[in-house]
Write a protein that binds this ligand. Structure first.
Ligand code: COA
Length: 145
């Protein structure tokens, strides 16, 4: 997961991926092809809002993008029976990430439900001494499922 993430996402420590897999494995998934990992999704259900699945990161290897892998990963997480029932999916996306915006809007269409978009973190919320300026993060709240 760390190797896939470092190609295209804010890279977190290898430890954070191991920790998510160990403690939030129920809301994470990987996609494999020919024995290799071609995609992953990590997420969790916020303690105070267990009806919501927050997607933290999702990434697909460039060689298999546009083939429905990310959509399958999201559907797989949402399709499982959960207690309490899952009603919303949330994720944050930067405004320039057209692929990711397309992914979550397409998910909402497929599940025949609403997608509400609002700014969760402004660009000014991020430290100004990081190497690259960080865009705002727009929250996509999809549901009710
Ligand atoms: C975002 C990402 C995970 C999508 O994975 P994918 O497997 O290619 O997505 P899918 O094939 O399931 O496509 C789902 C939807 O995404 C949209 N999409 C996919 N590629 C797109 C592109 N190049 N431009 C615009 N929209 C695109 C489409 O709307 C598609 O919906 P449709 O099938 O109804 O037309 C992948 O592009 C990626 O890994 N990007 C880099 C990492 C990233 O930015 N992750 C998200 C932030 S956490």
């Amino acid at each position: 997961m760390w190797r896939l993430a470092r190609r295209s996402l804010d890279l977190n420590s290898p430890y954070s991926y191991l920790m998510l897999e160990e403690y939030f494995g129920d809301t994470c998934a990987v996609a494999e092809r020919d024995g290799g990992m071609v995609g992953f999704v990590t997420g969790f259900r916020p303690f105070d809002h267990p009806e919501t699945l927050f997607i933290w990161q999702i990434a697909v290897d460039p060689s298999t993008q546009g083939m429905g892998v990310a959509s399958d990963l999201l559907d797989h997480l949402v399709d499982q029976p959960r207690v309490p029932r899952l009603r919303y999916v949330e994720a944050t996306v930067t405004p320039s990430n057209e692929q990711s915006i397309g992914l979550f809007r397409s998910f909402a269409r497929r599940w025949n439900t609403e997608c509400v978009e609002d700014v969760l973190f402004a660009d000014s919320d991020f430290p100004d001494d990081i190497t690259d300026d960080h865009e705002a993060e727009v929250r996509f709240r999809i549901g009710a499922l």
